[in-house]
Design a protein around this ligand. Structure first.
Ligand code: NAP
Length: 312
């Protein structure tokens, strides 16, 4: 098994992780980013962003490539496709074991992001990849001239519904209230899109089909009436859960599992920081993730420096 030793180990190679890697390397520390899959994180799947400062419009994948190239320039080491087996955040140094190696870090920055929440209804698991998808950019093109439904009323649901209108003949947005959570500018665009039909005050009860999805049963939450709508695909966008399975109670988290930090991104453990979507933050955007990365890496660097002075 390969053994590695770094000043700062960053778990997760999305915007927050790249930013932390850049700041740690520029503080003259050795830094590594470990990711369970390819680097880039959630924004790699975003069609385009209009709110990352400096770019009127840029593809998510393109922006993540720029982040990665920038981190490369300053020598951040990258370990993609590493499945974490165990993490000891309490020991000093901290120990991360993956299937391929053991990584020792004077400090650890957790930037593992979040994953889509599931509806938890009958048929959802059964039809994943056969009509149930959590990524419109990945799967939208399969629904040329078909009818699809998006569930949720936040930015993701409404933006992805609009993206799906490029392919689908009709896109239902099923939302549990009669008012969207999405930003006003995004709402206005959706209301003007003739391919989008809103189904208000409704929740999904069951996804049905044979080999592939054929319909969805929804319940009106006001009058408890059920209806069956024919669809070819369904995209739940009802929020996110943090990627924290590996933590095993070693650091403080909120009731939904998001990691608690102070304003230096420090967690409840010395030398351990959390940044981006995985932490209990009021705003989950690329721009706030990179900001978290800068703050976390600066304070992790201070911590590592203090440790080195103690040892000398
Ligand atoms: P979100 O903002 O938390 O919205 C989740 C939506 O799903 C809400 O409308 C919620 O309804 C609904 N919902 C939650 N649980 C549900 C359930 N069990 N059944 C049915 N509906 C349910 O999540 P998101 O849209 O994934 O966005 C996550 C974060 O990323 C947000 O901070 C968002 O602003 C950000 N984001 C930003 C952009 C952008 O700025 N371009 C794009 C994408 C995401 P209620 O409204 O009734 O609570």
């Amino acid at each position: 098994m390969n053994k590695y030793d770094f000043d700062v180990i960053i778990l997760g190679g999305g915007p927050a992780g790249f930013s932390a890697g850049l700041y740690a390397s520029r503080a003259n520390l050795s830094a590594a980013i470990i990711d369970i899959s390819m680097l880039g994180g959630q924004p790699s799947n975003y069609l385009e962003l209009e709110n990352y400062l400096g770019f009127n419009k840029i593809g998510g994948y393109e922006l993540m490539e720029k982040f990665e190239n920038h981190a490369d320039v300053f020598g951040v080491e990258k370990f993609p496709m590493q499945e974490i087996i165990s993490v000891d955040l309490i020991s000093n140094p901290k120990i991360i074991k993956t299937k391929e190696g053991e990584f020792l870090g004077k400090s650890v920055i957790i930037a593992t992001g979040a994953k889509p929440m599931k509806l938890g209804v009958k048929g959802e698991e059964k039809f994943i990849g056969r009509g149930v998808s959590y990524c419109a950019v990945c799967d939208g093109a399969f629904y040329q001239d078909k009818v699809v439904a998006v569930v949720g009323g936040g930015n993701s649901a409404v933006e992805e519904a609009m993206y799906l209108t490029r392919f689908a003949s009709k896109v239902y947005i099923i939302h549990r209230r009669d008012e969207l959570r999405a930003d006003k500018i995004i709402q206005d665009r959706a209301f003007q899109n003739s391919k989008i039909e809103f189904i208000w005050n409704s929740v999904v009860e069951e996804i049905q089909g044979d080999e592939i999805v054929k319909s969805v049963i929804i319940k009106n939450v006001n009058n408890s009436n059920f209806s069956n709508i024919s669809i070819d695909g369904i995209f739940p966008y009802i929020g996110i859960n943090p990627n924290v399975d590996f933590i095993n109670g070693q650091i403080a988290q909120d009731s939904r599992g998001f990691i608690l930090t102070d304003n230096t991104m420090k967690t409840s453990l010395e030398g351990v920081y959390a940044i981006g979507d995985v932490r209990n933050t009021p705003l989950r955007q690329v721009i706030t993730a990179v900001s978290d990365g800068a703050v976390g890496a600066v304070y992790a660097s201070k911590y590592v420096q203090e440790q080195k002075e103690v040892i000398v």
